[in-house]
Design a binder for this molecule. Structure first.
Ligand SMILES: N[C@@H](CCC(=O)N[C@@H](CS)C(=O)NCC(=O)O)C(=O)O
Length: 214
């Protein structure tokens, strides 16, 4: 009997979206607890006991709580290896992880709510804050696009969806929200290929029960 999975999530959170895609690709059942990020619900004492960073997602697995979306996706990949989220070849695995980390470690952390609120707190107006987000997203996606340029499609690293696609598609959602340009080679084709898959369709923010909550 598999352990029940409880995902602590928010519909528009791109890090939560990554985990929802991974769960759907692996056909794993889960239930959700949702947090209104703008209302600060992720910083309530009960949730901080699960995730001391006060960020979503977290995944409860039985009595354990996992944090950090990439670590959660790799955990899911280890307990349910089919379909794999990483290639078998060690060099390709490192390249997929690097592409995923461009987004998860270099782009998204600079434009998440906490950081944008810090900029607001230091006196930046909304236009300056959005400009900051646009700039980090555009430069990151440009580098991402160059990293995958030599690969065949339809996905970032060929015929198998990988962690790179799982990070890319939600980040494009953020790019749209902030009005960032992302007309880089192959990005639109990869997004279309991913969005044709039922797992990506199930995971989209607009289909989550808390959609439209702020
Ligand atoms: N590196 C973390 C990032 C988590 C993160 O920043 N989550 C955002 C939503 S996408 C959040 O909870 N923001 C709330 C806040 O900034 O207060 C991960 O990949 O899980």
């Amino acid at each position: 009997m598999p352990e029940p999975l409880v995902l602590h999530t928010f519909w528009r959170s791109s890090s939560s979206w990554r985990v929802r895609i991974a769960l759907a690709l692996k056909s794993m059942e889960w239930t959700g607890r949702t947090y209104r990020l703008r209302a600060g619900e992720q910083r309530a004492a009960d949730y901080l006991r699960l995730n001391p960073q006060g960020l979503v997602p977290s995944l409860e697995v039985g009595n354990e709580t996992l944090t950090q979306s990439l670590a959660i996706c790799e955990y899911l990949d280890e307990i349910r290896p089919d379909p794999p989220l990483l290639p078998a070849d060690p060099v390709q695995r490192a390249k997929v992880r690097a592409a995923a980390q461009v987004i998860a470690c270099e782009v998204h952390p600079l434009q998440n709510l906490k950081v944008l609120d810090m900029l607001r707190g230091r006196g930046l107006d909304e236009e300056a804050v959005s400009g900051w987000a646009r700039e980090v997203i555009e430069s990151g996606l440009e580098a991402f696009s160059e990293l995958i340029a030599a690969n065949e499609g339809p996905y970032c690293f060929g015929e198998q969806v990988t962690l790179a696609d799982i990070c890319l598609v939600p980040q494009l959602g953020n790019a749209r929200r902030f009005g960032a340009r992302f007309d880089f080679p192959r990005i639109a084709a990869i997004e279309a290929a991913c969005n044709a898959l039922p797992a990506f369709q199930l995971a989209v923010p607009s289909r989550q029960p808390d959609a439209e909550l702020t």
